[in-house]
Write a protein that binds this ligand. Structure first.
Ligand SMILES: [Zn+2]
Length: 438
């Protein structure tokens, strides 16, 4: 337990990783003043009057992690922080609701991470999600939604899989004029990405729309798509964990995952109720995961921009801890530890337009940091050994975050993503019942 008396203090860990460099540095104190990092200096040059927080013998101080793809619900906040995730990008939520959460988290540091919003899932005539998405009968309606989101100050918008190429082209024209960054989830492995990239989209979620990422394709086939992604500077938010989890639904192992103690009981119920996919679909997702790893490795080798995201709180993806899992999958795929960690810190910060604020341990940046034991640059699993988390200069002890999580997990949920998942589960159960009856 770290007792803090002052707004200005020096944090001394065994090693510091700044979010960019190839390795950690030892003998480096990080001086925090209020919300920001005032400076870094050799340990023996820390001014005498400053309170010193001395961390353990194998401690490593690094920038707070960033999850570039989530859908926020209030119970997730303390879990994100406990896992060292201090900023998230919400990639689909109700506009007013997420704005309220953004301001709540900026005034109440223990409530949850900083949230950047992508607004609603902008969908086609038959919207898949009712509360976090919005349907559009035609391109004019889509353009009106895009203007509405721009007016609210959003920098990111997201196109969902019900929008066909004609919608995407019309929407991109509007988005370009307004200077918006457009993410796309195509919801499928059908070859939709090429045309959408030509239309100017900026980022692809879950490697959807890219069959070469899902199937046993040759390197030449992969490179053909990657050449295009590089030429158009398209960011790939792979979320390897998403289809991996879908291919493993209801595995016994989930029941023994102690990290589920951070999950709201409603979500533990929802996850338990998701029926195992039919075998053919399970096979497809498991095979896709292996191929997606090969593709992610190639994207890295070719210098494409990979973002780290998880899609929490879908199928057993735990807020925050899912980032540790995604990083382990990056490394397993062949992306080196340092490159994976850069993607989750300074890389994601740049993607979110926060490159001068978070994602690095550097003078003038917000003091959003985490302390782990063991060097994650040498062994990625060390990222899960979180000892303490700092958000906006304030040290948040894990026991305080746990108490906050218990509190949030005791509340009845009535937020857009929860309502949508409950609605989805009810209609899936109904479909199963009627197919059993016939
Ligand atoms: Zn998502």
């Amino acid at each position: 337990m770290i007792a803090m008396n002052n707004r200005r203090y020096a944090m001394i860990a065994n090693e510091v990783w700044d979010g960019v460099s190839g390795q950690c540095r030892s003998n480096l104190a990080v001086i925090v003043d209020g919300e920001k990092i005032e400076s870094t200096c050799p340990v023996d040059q820390v001014p005498r009057e400053i309170e010193v927080v001395r961390l353990g013998a194998d401690s490593v101080l690094l920038p707070g992690l960033i999850d570039a793809h989530i859908h926020y619900s209030p119970w997730m906040g303390p879990a994100f922080l406990a896992a060292g995730v201090t900023s998230v990008r919400d990639t689909g939520n109700d506009l007013d609701w997420i704005a309220a959460q953004q301001s709540r988290n900026s005034s109440d540091l223990l409530a949850g991470p900083q949230i950047i919003s992508c607004g609603l899932l902008l969908d086609g005539p038959r919207p898949y999600w009712h509360y976090i998405g919005r349907g559009h009968p035609d391109a004019n309606a889509l353009r009106a939604s895009i203007r509405e989101e721009a007016k609210r100050g959003l920098r990111f918008i997201k196109f969902y899989d019900g929008l066909d190429q004609s919608f995407i082209e019309a929407g991109m024209k509007e988005a370009k004029e307004l200077g918006l960054w457009v993410l796309v989830d195509f919801g499928t492995d059908e070859p939709k990405a090429v045309d959408a990239v030509r239309a100017g989209i900026n980022e692809i979620e879950h490697l959807t729309g890219c069959p070469v990422a899902w199937h046993n394709s040759s390197q030449a086939e992969q490179d053909q798509l990657i050449d295009m992604l590089l030429a158009r500077k398209v960011v790939m938010t792979a979320t390897l964990i998403t289809y991996c989890q879908l291919g493993r639904m209801q595995e016994m192992a989930y029941r023994f995952d102690g990290r589920q103690a951070w999950a709201h009981p409603t979500y533990r119920d929802i996850w338990r109720q998701i029926p195992p996919a039919p075998l053919a679909q399970r096979d497809k997702f498991q095979e896709a995961t292996l191929n997606q790893k090969r593709f992610v490795k190639r994207l890295h080798e070719r210098g494409a921009t990979l973002a780290v995201g998880t899609d929490a709180p879908f199928a057993y993806i735990l807020p925050g801890f899912g980032v540790h899992d995604e990083l382990a999958m990056f490394v397993d795929a062949g992306v080196p530890e340092v490159a994976s960690l850069r993607a989750a810190t300074s890389g994601n910060a740049a993607l979110l337009g926060l490159e001068k604020e978070v994602g690095r341990i550097e003078t003038g940046f917000f003091a959003d940091m985490l302390v782990v034991s063991g060097n994650p640059l040498k062994q990625i699993h060390n990222i899960a050994n979180v000892e303490c988390v700092v958000r906006r200069g304030r040290v948040l002890p894990l026991e305080q975050l746990k108490a906050r999580s218990v509190d949030e997990c005791g509340k009845t949920l009535d937020d857009p993503i929860t309502r949508d998942l409950q609605r989805y589960m009810a209609s899936a159960a109904q479909k199963r019942a009627s197919s059993n009856a016939s």
